[in-house]
Design a protein around this ligand. Sequence first.
Ligand SMILES: Cc1ncc(COP(=O)(O)O)c(C=O)c1O
Length: 427
Amino acid sequence: MKSNSELLARRQAAVARGVASATAVFADQADNASLTDVEGRRYIDFVSGIGVVATGHRHPKVMAAVERQMKRFTHTAFQVSMYESYIELAEKLNALAPFKGPAKSIFFTTGAEAIENAVKIARVATGRQAVIAFSHAFHGRTLLTSTLTGKIQPYKQRAGAPAPEIYRLPFPAEHAGVTVQDLKDALDELFLSDVEPNRVAAMIIESVQGEGGFNPVTPEVFELLRERCDQHGILLIADEIQSGLGRTGRMFAIEHSGVEPDLVAVAKALAGGFPLAGVLGRASIMDAVDPGGLGGTYGGSPLGCVAALAVLDVIREDHLLERATFIGKRIRAAIEPLIAAATGTPIANLRGVGAMIGFDVVKTRSGKEPDGAMVKRILATALKKGLLCISCGVHGETIRMLVPLTISEEDLTSGLAILASAVATPE
Ligand SMILES: Cc1ncc(COP(=O)(O)O)c(C=O)c1O
């Protein structure tokens, strides 16, 4: 039997250190919300491969669909020989689009690729160059997406010139003291000083900020952005890569606001563990790019497409939207008493939508100073007790939960109990 430490030594010798790993756990087997490492230790998984296996590790229906596909063909390149599953997935996503009117979709492999292409589509459709992103956003690690990402360390330091024509606005988050008025003022100032609105192709925003700290965009903010976009002919792109496909209790988190985006980027949970990403949008915008201008060798892989079709079935048949809302309530009920407690680690700012919930670890019970070091201790304690959980936030101060929506009652209860005890008495 291999040990985690043996594999870690090999990893350190062979793998570039730029890919960071949150734990020293090497996976051997995973089922639903359970992951077993190479030493036979079982963990309850509150990470879902960073929001990917929302339908659980190896959901039987997803596995069966992929197995069937593997017996037919695994790759043709959609640009050469097409296949029905790609079309069917586009039809199904178009029917679910969070806006009225005709929709079209296109598929890629990673989230960053979906964002790159959403921006490209928006630029071609509007004939404009500038793009507005938000503070503490995370959109990926390629040149364009890391420029859109609102965090220097570790994503862009020493990496050279950023992509041009990207502007930034503050992301309103009540607990961080950034108000809607701050956003309005910054928007007016941006249009006055830095970029004329008729040069702006798109505003891009995560419907619930993921890496930046699980901060939901409020309906008021979405309404403001939509209004300004409409006023100036700017497109609104919702990055639903972490928040989409049921995580928040709706298919897309922006649906909670009633505001309609023009383009939506999806990835992660879309194909239940297989690499697939997509952009869906208003048909007239999606068709702006000439044939050949979009795509990629692996984009919309047949294995990913059949997996995604199965994921959409599972979300409907297993009532995962309702389940997300229920799981969110359970998480809140477990964390609220810890915030109110007089002892244990001080935590605050419980927030999120549906099952996309996070909270901050702070230095003092009445204060706001983030304590990223304590988050690391809490997560290490939880791991020792058998729970996989990760952080996010500008200072690593937020503990975030991305529980598989298919988790059993027993694992949910045990996982929350481990987390609560790690917060109460970190080692
Ligand atoms: C909101 C959001 N956008 C984009 C990305 C980039 O996706 P990928 O890592 O698949 O390139 C992520 C990944 O965490 C994300 O959470």
